[in-house]
Design a protein around this ligand. Structure first.
Ligand code: R5P
Length: 292
């Protein structure tokens, strides 16, 4: 299998290729003066199985078009199979209709990805499993907990209470808690669908004197995690560390979370970020070697 290094995931692609002893196909990417995306594969793919690794980092719309262009080009030049590896699957929050008139963009995007030539789809911790329901090709949703837990163990957080900031994140917290030999807890969060304002209720669990890891899939504005920290701090935990899979960290999100009282934020490398990362490359490589 050959790895096509999408412009948004060139570092991660290299790590995956190294682990698989695969050859990388670099991509020439540029923009026309009016902003249109241009990509070009720099090596032939005829007769090859390829994995296009392209995370949907900001600007998401550009990353998406580049992904579709790369898959289309790979099929057009005779690749026998194209696996779309999208470490951060943007638009997954739009997996259902919350307000009348909305587009279910995750489903639309799944159709586009298939139409562009994907024979299989792989992502890491999709925000909601329903975001993948538009695919009829095989899909794999990789759980990042194993690599996150290794880092947390190094930080002496085995046995920590793993807190999900909302009930939807509880399964993810359970997976991490079981690897840390700790308990999984969740907070009750609601969001105003028009203003986006969140409200998190006080907790009734006991974390006094305990180490707490707040674990979410995405940190975007940092509002959810900062509010969770403020509430948990009132219950006198020993330490509060924040872990996430996809560190979008929009604007002052990092400062906001640290100012709320987090000792540290760790993330995976599904997106480029300035916080400490653990790599999902071994998890992606393992899944690709199974699909080959
Ligand atoms: C929402 O359900 C997600 O799991 C995250 O909690 C949310 O996207 C985080 O957004 P923000 O950092 O802006 O609060």
């Amino acid at each position: 299998m050959r790895i096509i290094a999408g412009p948004t995931s060139s570092g991660l692609s290299r790590k995956v290729a190294e682990l698989l002893h695969s050859r990388i196909i670099d991509v020439e990417a540029k923009f026309f003066p009016d902003g249109e995306s241009y990509v070009r594969l720099t090596a032939p793919v005829r007769g090859e199985e390829v994995a296009v690794i392209q995370t949907l980092s900001r600007p998401q719309d550009t990353s998406t078009i580049q992904l579709l262009q790369l898959m289309w080009a790979a099929r057009d030049y005779g690749a026998t199979k194209v696996i779309a590896v999208i470490p951060y699957f943007a638009y997954a929050r739009q997996h259902k209709r919350f307000l009348e008139g909305e587009a279910i963009t995750a489903v639309m995007l799944a159709r586009f990805i298939q139409e562009a030539g994907a024979g299989a789809f792989m992502t890491v911790d999709a925000h909601n499993i329903d975001s993948m329901k538009g695919f009829t090709i095989p899909t794999i949703n990789i759980d990042a907990s194993p690599v996150v837990s290794e880092k947390l163990r190094e930080m002496k957080l085995q046995g920590a209470s793993v807190v999900a900031p909302d009930e939807g994140a509880l399964n993810r917290a359970r997976s991490l808690a079981s690897l840390l030999d700790g308990e999984a807890l969740f907070m009750r969060k609601s969001r105003d669908r028009v203003t986006g304002k969140i409200d998190i209720a006080d907790v009734d669990f006991d974390v006094s004197g305990k180490n707490v890891v707040i674990f979410d899939d995405v940190i975007s504005t940092g509002g959810t995690v900062a509010e969770s920290i403020k509430i948990i701090r009132r219950h006198n935990p020993a330490r509060i560390v924040v872990a996430c899979v996809h560190a979008l960290l929009v604007g002052d999100a990092l400062d906001r979370v640290l100012a709320a009282g987090a000792e540290e934020i760790i993330s995976t490398d599904t997106l480029p970020t300035i916080v400490k990362t653990v790599s999902v490359a071994p998890l992606i490589a393992e899944e690709l070697s199974r699909s080959a």
